[in-house]
Write a protein that binds this ligand. Structure first.
Ligand code: BMA
Length: 318
């Protein structure tokens, strides 16, 4: 994919454009913001399942379709509104947020976050055709978010990454857990923590669902640093062991995307780049769709091999 030659930006991911690829203005009704999309290829189309915050401040999930991965047209109606049905209505009252899509056979699983007076919980829905959607389960207790499903079973069980939050330190760490049926989850293990004094020093969470590579599961995650101006969100990369994905093979020292464009700085929440979806193309290009400043959607790209090498460089040093 041709991208603007923005070599003066230091990070590994390069902006496809210095303009957003999808904004509130593209939608058929007035909405506040469009951000943090899941991304997947389906037939001959690219799909983004975007988080859309309405004018009352409640988010729903809305599908947008594209032939080229760049020009997206939203569907006439949202895909998932906050549920009115038990048990989901208990945990989605204030909105559904930050979806991730994992293809699994001919089913597409959608992991997402429900927000309510009970704080945030992780949930699972499914679709086969991106026309009708079915909720499957509430995956766990609050406070938890940043939930991604692996696209294959690990040791015979489904596996997910998520981000429980500790109450005393407010630290957010990445955990893995397992399930025989996608409903009952257990055997949790910590995978990765925030790194003191680095760009990901405050909290971290999974971004795109893990991508299988020969070098390991590639996870594009977000990290937060607290600055005098507030939280600063960046993207990083880590390789996890293919058979024992709670083991880190290599975690890149550097952030691979950091707010640098005007749209990353100016929006509802300044200084945020946040991903819920990346697509690995057959030619090795990694397309990372990201929410810019919780307002619009941007696209950044890079050969996947460069991201892998950055992770392996860190592996060899440690
Ligand atoms: C996180 C999530 C994201 C959001 C980010 C920055 O906690 O809620 O949806 O993009 O904060 O505001």
């Amino acid at each position: 994919m041709k991208h603007s030659s923005n070599h003066h930006y230091p990070h590994l991911l390069k902006y496809y454009s210095d303009q957003p690829i999808l904004t509130a203005q593209h939608f058929p009704i007035a909405v506040n913001s469009v951000f943090n999309p899941a991304a997947v290829k389906f037939g001959d189309e690219y799909l983004l399942l975007t988080r859309v915050e309405d004018l009352s401040g409640v988010s729903c999930l809305w599908l947008a379709r594209s032939k080229d991965g760049v020009h997206f047209t939203p569907d006439p109606q949202p895909a998932l509104l906050p549920s009115q049905e038990e048990p989901f209505s208990h945990v989605e009252r204030y909105g559904v947020e930050d979806p991730r899509i994992t293809p699994f056979g001919d089913t597409f699983y959608i992991t997402y976050v429900g927000y309510s007076e009970h704080d945030c919980v992780t949930l699972l829905a499914e679709t086969r055709d991106f026309r009708s959607f079915r909720r499957v389960a509430i995956l766990g207790l609050p406070e938890n978010k940043d939930v991604v499903l692996f696209p294959e079973k690990i040791g015979g069980r489904y596996a997910k990454l998520d981000r429980p939050m500790t109450q005393t330190s407010r630290r957010g760490e990445m955990w893995i857990s397992f399930s025989p049926d996608l409903i009952h989850w257990g055997n949790p293990l910590p995978v990765m923590s925030a790194r003191p004094h680095r760009w990901d020093s405050f909290k971290i969470g999974a971004g795109a669902p893990p991508i299988k590579t020969e070098a390991g599961w590639l996870e594009i995650y977000h990290g937060v640093k607290l600055t005098a101006a507030g939280a600063l969100y960046r993207l990083g990369a880590v390789l996890l062991d293919l058979e024992q994905p709670w083991k880190v093979i290599g975690r890149a020292d550097e952030a691979i995307l950091s707010p640098a464009l005007p749209m990353d700085f100016h929006g509802n929440v300044a200084n945020v780049v946040f991903t819920c979806g990346a697509i690995l193309e057959p030619d090795g290009e990694l397309k990372v769709y990201y929410g810019a400043a919780d307002q619009v959607i941007g696209l950044a790209v890079c050969p996947v091999e460069e991201v892998i090498q950055l992770c392996l460089k860190a592996a060899h040093r440690s």
